[in-house]
Design a protein around this ligand. Structure first.
Ligand SMILES: Cc1cc2nc3c(=O)[nH]c(=O)nc-3n(C[C@H](O)[C@H](O)[C@H](O)COP(=O)(O)OP(=O)(O)OC[C@H]3O[C@@H](n4cnc5c(N)ncnc54)[C@H](O)[C@@H]3O)c2cc1C
Length: 386
């Protein structure tokens, strides 16, 4: 298998790099001081079509694969930016493309591709369920041609910067569902029509992220907005997990590149004891080690995306890539912090900001323990651990 980028993919990387150069560290630092959302950055990426690469051409999108989406997200992160503000449209696209009806695709995809609609909210996590999404309690009950939804979600990102939310809710009580993954359904909720039925409270986070507690009371959702089949929602989101793992890995790999570029440049020019600090193996080796880890994760990530785009199974590769890439990016972050010394803590160098940002990738949207559990059970055939 050849995992080198094609000329077209290199062109995508170069084009995204050029856009991101207009949003330097200063832009992201300014947003942090006020906790503001990167409106201009997201609008620019949307206008240029970089957030709709996965939408098929017949609906106005780029018609490209996960490999190209991975390239886009990696470049955003390698530039020092953060795709957290807008990556959900890519993360969730699989559910709509694979399980949405033709009518739903025609209604939403062209508007998403044109930037007239934003699908940036994905409502799964609940306070009492955590990583065990099969235990969610948000309830959707059918009343004629509508569902009425009640419940509570936590850490639902970008709620105030999205028009639509893909929402996982329970349509059959757990004791009647027949299996732990049954009885859950996926809805496309139009947040613009929710009125007082959805209340959000922003959660202060360790980096500039827009994530919310969400309280849902008597939300009426047309039955036409059910994605796929009632009771199959959990399986429908699982279908998107390999793509999501590939994309998270790509963000981590971009972060790793950012840390190593910045740290190598700094270690070459910063003179202490009359020579560049990078001449000391204590400084150089952690960077070289992190470089090797990032490269290894990148190769595995491209193996996963290549398999995914060829329609082949890639659970082992996508999960391993997510695990290794998130660990490699944090290793690079740590090596960069040590290289920058006191300056690593100074906001103007962007190392401390990116250090805080990249830590998330070990934990969300899926924590690495659950990735290890998947590999242990589904790849190595070990007994189920949870
Ligand atoms: C910034 C941010 C943005 C987010 N955005 C969204 C979003 O938009 N939509 C959404 O639905 N969710 C979102 N989340 C939620 C995120 O997906 C969860 O935080 C994540 O899945 C972990 O769940 P938890 O926080 O409940 O941790 P828990 O499930 O409580 O786990 C806590 C710890 O216990 C460990 N653990 C739990 N069970 C096991 C086990 N069986 N074996 C080994 N270890 C275990 C975990 O590894 C973890 O270290 C976001 C979270 C954050 C922090």
């Amino acid at each position: 298998m050849d995992f080198s980028l094609t000329d077209d993919q290199r062109d995508i990387a170069a084009a995204v790099r050029e856009v991101c150069a207009k949003f330097p560290g200063e832009y992201w630092r300014d947003l942090e001081t006020t906790g503001a959302y990167p409106v201009e950055f997201v609008a620019t990426l949307t206008r240029l079509g970089w957030l709709s690469v996965l939408i098929p051409e017949e609906y106005g999108g780029g018609g490209l694969g996960i490999t190209e989406a991975a390239v886009v997200l990696e470049e955003i992160h390698a530039s020092g930016g953060n795709a957290n503000a807008c990556h959900a449209q890519m993360y969730t696209m699989g559910a709509l493309l694979r399980h949405g009806s033709e009518e739903q695709k025609r209604r939403y995809l062209p508007a998403l591709a044109a930037g007239d609609l934003r699908l940036q909210a994905f409502g799964v996590t609940e306070p009492d369920a955590g990583s065990d999404s099969t235990r969610i309690a948000t309830r959707a009950e059918r009343h004629g041609d509508h569902y009425v939804i009640n419940g509570q979600k936590i850490f639902i990102s970008r709620m105030e910067h999205s028009d639509l939310m893909l929402l996982l809710a329970r349509t059959t009580p757990v004791e009647e569902a027949g299996s732990r993954t049954g009885g859950l359904s996926l809805f496309l909720v139009d947040l613009r029509e929710a009125g007082g039925a959805i209340e959000t409270r922003r959660i202060p986070m360790m980096f500039n992220h827009h994530t919310y507690q969400v309280f849902i009371t008597g939300l009426r959702v047309p039955a036409a907005n059910l994605i796929g089949s009632e009771g199959q929602g959990f399986r429908e989101i699982i279908d998107g997990w390999n793509a999501e793992r590939c994309l998270i890995a790509s963000e981590a790999i971009g972060d790793g590149r950012f840390f190593l570029d910045r740290a190598a440049a700094y270690a070459s020019q910063r003179q202490v004891f009359g020579r560049p600090i990078g001449a000391n193996q204590g400084v150089a080796f952690p960077l070289a080690q992190a470089y090797a880890q990032v490269q290894a994760a990148s190769l595995l990530r491209f193996k996963a995306t290549t398999l995914f785009d060829a329609g082949q199974s890639c659970g082992a590769e996508a999960n391993s890539a997510k695990l290794l890439a998130s660990q490699a990016s944090f290793q690079a972050a740590n090596a960069a912090m040590l290289t920058f010394g006191g300056n690593g803590f100074a906001a103007e160098y962007d190392i401390e900001r990116k250090f805080r940002e990249t830590k998330l990738l070990e934990i969300a949207p899926v924590n690495n323990n659950l990735v290890l559990a998947f590999l242990a059970q589904h790849v190595l055939g070990l007994p189920r651990s949870y």
